[in-house]
Design a protein around this ligand. Sequence first.
Ligand SMILES: Nc1nc2c(ncn2[C@@H]2O[C@H](COP(=O)(O)OP(=O)(O)OP(=O)(O)O)[C@@H](O)[C@H]2O)c(=O)[nH]1
Ligand SMILES: [Mg+2]
Length: 399
Amino acid sequence: MPHDLQVVAAIFVPLALVCAIGWIVYARRLAARGADPAAGPVAKSAGNVAAAGCESRASLPAAAAPSPVQELADSILSGQRRALSRGITLVESGHPRDRAAAAELVQAVFADTGGAIRIGISGPPGVGKSTFAEAIGLHAIAQGKRVAVLAVDPSSTISGGSILGDKTRMEHLGRSDSAYIRPSPSGGLHGGIARGVRESVTLCEAAGFDVVLIETMGVGQAELAVREVVDLVALLVQPGAGDNLQGIKRGIVEIADFVLVNKADGDLKRPAELTVGEYKRALRLMSPPSESWRPEVFACSAVEGTGIDHAWARIAAFDAATTQDGTRDSTRARQAAAAVWGYVNLALRESLQEVRAATQSPAAGWEAEVRAGRMAPAAAAIRLLDMVRDGRSLTGTSE
Ligand SMILES: Nc1nc2c(ncn2[C@@H]2O[C@H](COP(=O)(O)OP(=O)(O)OP(=O)(O)O)[C@@H](O)[C@H]2O)c(=O)[nH]1
Ligand SMILES: [Mg+2]
């Protein structure tokens, strides 16, 4: 027996040792994979908030800490700027993959929003929108407000990435602890404002900003889109030449609550006064955008700072009047309801694009059937739309 035992031990002890070492190596590898920063719960960019969410759901136990999106929401609510920037990057992302995380983020902060006065600053290129945003922003900060500026920087498309143009133009404001400046590339532009700007406003409010200024890109009819995300529009115009009203699209003048003739300084002071008169006369003939506010026209100089206190006082008066008579809330309610359809339209358009891409693939066959004259276009269209409605791809798999 002792001999038998020795034989058994000689075989099994080394075997057990090999198994144990193998197990340790395997466990270490697993641990190392878990520590991979790419799989960690802290999202570093828009694109990976959603991805990080999936990873953490897969690797953390069921009763784990808040989701990465919830963490980001909490950081924004506590006023952390970097979190706000990350959140804005997420909501600006045009990628369908980020859409659910972006919506979840906005929903997570939603109860703490709505507190800011939302101001659109519109006008042709070079009229002084950024300079004005800085001047009025500094003025509001001096009144104890916290100011966020969301600016579409047209230069960013030209320079192809760096978007410091507006930031440098708002140098003084940028240095204030009470300000947050977010230049957005005009790449994802919808109607003269950046993609996701409505959500960005919401996030700024969640981060505790009392004033949100949205500088638009200042090009044509597209400017009208800003009306849908703000409480009031301040249209900046150039002083001078009597052809002002022809130079500016009538549509944008009609949506303005304020027309500010900027650059009323030096030689342009007198022309600016004439332009004020011109706009006053023109506005009398137009129906105002809000029932409770007649648009006002006055001159200012964003560079010299003249007229800025008056502009702020009138903006405050607008806010008080429209808050009191309920038009601010009813406007916001209408905007929010309209935005739902905006998102639905966008999602449907994208689904249709997917369908289109799929129909062009050789496997799809629908277009081929139509081209070959075996299927009527209307019948094919209905079948394709059914697929979009069911959320199916053309290969028959569910999304
Ligand atoms: N004289 C004078 N110049 C001004 C005033 N406001 C802005 N400017 C100048 O006008 C130029 C354009 O100003 P911006 O503030 O960049 O104009 P903007 O409308 O933001 O321009 P874009 O964003 O490129 O459309 C700059 O050189 C400013 O210094 C002003 O009140 N008076
Ligand atoms: Mg600008």
